[in-house]
Design a protein around this ligand. Structure first.
Ligand code: IPE
Ligand code: IPE
Ligand code: MG
Length: 254
């Protein structure tokens, strides 16, 4: 890294406005201890609480957590059942604490496949916290990046068919309005725990210019110190958005 770039990086804001995390490694954490995979998921729920608290303390405005992907239905039926139960019981036990901490909860994904009880609870939790002004906590459940792009395309097609939208008016910015998270800043920092270096169909549209960070730590072991390490790495990245380093240093706007 040249001195110029380093000087520039050290002045950049260390705090991302939006952190998106693929919480991976629960199964391996359990396996290492000769425990059933589900013990890893339960321990993973505790890590969620730690990381949410850390984001609240650090005034990070938005945290998006990948809780269940559209492909996770392919796991053994028993594991899926346990994950769904854990999702509901964790929501029930945490909602008060989240509300008191001024957290606004949002859920993204195709919730049609969930039980009516879980769907109702999701709606209730969103309603209860909708006026909170602290951390926006987005839970991606039965979410897939391709599904998100597809549901946007479908709604755009409906608007075109109904005469509400002309195909000529469809720009990238306009398309963005139909995707999940349209009202939130795009993720600045993507973190994946568990050592794998892939996106696994998380936010595809939204990650176009996100800084990617991969941690070897298994999710149940993840804590505030790990989050700080990721934020420190983020603060040292030079985000060019297609420009040259010189343009970024001058503060040119494209
Ligand atoms: C992530 O941990 C949790 C979910 C996908 C729900 P995994 O269960 O994928 O853990 P590993 O990757 O098998 O260790
Ligand atoms: C991604 O993890 C999904 C979540 C963390 C919810 P996976 O464990 O499902 O990803 P792959 O299968 O290793 O790509
Ligand atoms: Mg995994």
């Amino acid at each position: 890294m040249s001195n110029d770039v380093q000087a520039l990086s050290s002045t950049s804001d260390w705090r991302p406005r939006h952190v998106a995390i693929v919480m991976d490694g629960n199964g391996r954490w359990a396996q290492q201890r000769s425990l059933p995979r589900t013990a890893g998921h339960r321990e993973g729920a505790k890590a969620v609480r730690r990381v949410v608290e850390a984001c609240v303390e650090r005034n990070i405005p938005v945290l998006t957590l990948f809780a269940f992907s559209s492909e996770n239905w392919r796991r053994p039926r028993r594991e899926v059942e346990i994950l769904m139960n854990l999702f509901l019981t964790t929501l029930r036990s945490e909602i008060r604490r989240l509300d008191v901490a001024n957290v606004r909860l949002r859920f993204i994904g195709d919730h049609g496949a969930f039980s009516p009880t879980l769907r109702d609870y999701i709606t209730k939790a969103e309603k209860r916290t909708m006026r909170n002004t602290g951390l926006t906590l987005v839970i991606a459940a039965n979410y897939g990046g391709r599904w998100d792009i597809l549901q946007a395309a479908r709604r755009i097609a409906e608007d075109v068919a109904a005469g509400r939208l002309s195909p000529n008016d469809l720009t990238t910015e306009f398309y963005h309005r139909y995707t999940c998270l349209a009202d939130l800043p795009e993720p600045d920092l993507f973190i994946r725990t568990g050592g794998e270096q892939r996106i696994s169909n998380f936010l595809l549209w939204q990650l176009a210019y996100t800084e990617l960070y991969f941690s070897e730590r298994l999710w149940p072991d993840y804590d505030a110190g790990d989050l700080d390490a990721a934020c420190a790495a983020f603060a040292n990245r030079l985000r060019r958005f297609g420009q040259t380093s010189e343009q970024v240093a001058r503060g040119d706007h494209a």
